[in-house]
Design a protein around this ligand. Structure first.
Ligand code: GLN
Length: 309
């Protein structure tokens, strides 16, 4: 697929960002104080292309809580450690339910629908704490390699407050343990899961990190092979069907690229053979996806004809 980008991508991004600033719909995540206090007006848009160019508009250097976008990093390590066996413990089907829903787990005997909802990411965290002597270091070194920046950390306040308010996630973990789908101690794996959600990064760091997914597994900046083409295709498939939670169908319909959002207001969208878009703005729609982010990514995809379908 040939993408005919306009000569001035930067001015297109600026125009879309300016329009997005008028959107005031949605609410900042307020399940923990650290997220509720983020300035709702902040808004960033980055496009990192495979020829190594990075276009930034707005608040693209601010660090924010990446939340569920971290589910991709965890999944990458779990796929590497467990191989095909991972898919006995988590499925690859869209859930059609909210990201933190518990109902399907009971019907499906503790096997989550996919690794992009909380239950699935908790199983992935179980794999990491069981298979790595230092699971947090493994994630951190992966993230730092991917974004080419050693200055990435988890926010301690977010981490602690996720733990204090994480009763629903604890319920998911205990229910799965009762079905035999969790090996580690629940407290230990939840600590890993909450820590991973508390990673803070900027739009530019995130856009750079995921360019390998648009490039058959190879990072266009470092030229490193991050994973096989097949595994990167599999991750893109999961992002296409489950990355935007129960809005994934609408996202495929209106935008048409693999993407992942987080309740911190961030979103990454992978455009195969072209690059990665990262948007960030804290106000969320009812699905937990950023309202301004949805507008910006949809607009950019439509204006450039980026849908993969
Ligand atoms: N920390 C959040 C939770 O576990 C992450 C969810 C999200 O970003 N959708 O509920």
């Amino acid at each position: 697929q040939q993408i005919h980008a306009p000569d001035d991508l930067k001015s297109l991004l600026e125009e879309i960002h300016q329009q997005a600033m008028k959107i005031t719909e949605g609410h900042v995540a307020d399940y923990i104080p650290a997220l509720a206090e983020v300035d709702p007006e902040l808004c960033g848009l980055t496009l990192a292309t495979l020829d190594g160019e990075v276009f930034n508009v707005g608040d693209t250097q601010e660090q924010f809580s990446i939340q569920s976008i971290s589910k991709i990093f965890g999944l990458m390590l779990a796929m590497e450690r467990l191989g095909e066996d991972l898919w006995d413990r988590v499925k690859m089907e869209p859930s059609g339910q909210a990201f933190n829903s518990i109902v399907q787990l009971e019907w499906e005997k503790g096997i989550p629908r996919n690794p992009m909802i909380n239950a699935g990411a908790i199983v992935v965290s179980d794999v990491l704490v069981s298979r790595y002597s230092a699971s947090k270091n493994a994630v951190l070194s992966l993230v730092r390699t991917l974004c080419g920046n050693d200055n990435v950390y988890a926010d301690n306040i977010v981490h602690q407050s996720e733990k204090e308010h994480g009763h629903r996630n604890a319920a998911l973990a205990h229910l799965m343990k009762s079905f035999g789908n969790i090996d580690a101690e629940v407290d230990e794996l939840l600590d890993h899961y909450f820590w991973q959600c508390a990673l803070t990064m900027s739009c530019e760091n995130l856009a750079r990190s995921f360019t390998f997914l648009a490039n058959d597994g190879i990072c266009p900046f470092s030229k490193k092979k991050i994973m096989s083409k097949r595994d990167s295709q599999r991750i893109n498939a999961l992002l296409s069907t489950s990355g935007m939670y129960d809005q994934s169908g609408e996202f495929a319909f209106t935008v048409g690229v693999p993407a992942k959002s987080g309740v911190g207001g961030g979103m990454i969208a992978v455009v195969p053979d072209f690059g990665v878009i990262c948007s960030w703005s804290p106000r969320l729609n009812s699905y937990g996806n950023s309202a301004r982010g949805m507008y910006m990514v949809r607009e950019l995809a439509n204006r450039l004809g980026l849908s993969v379908y």
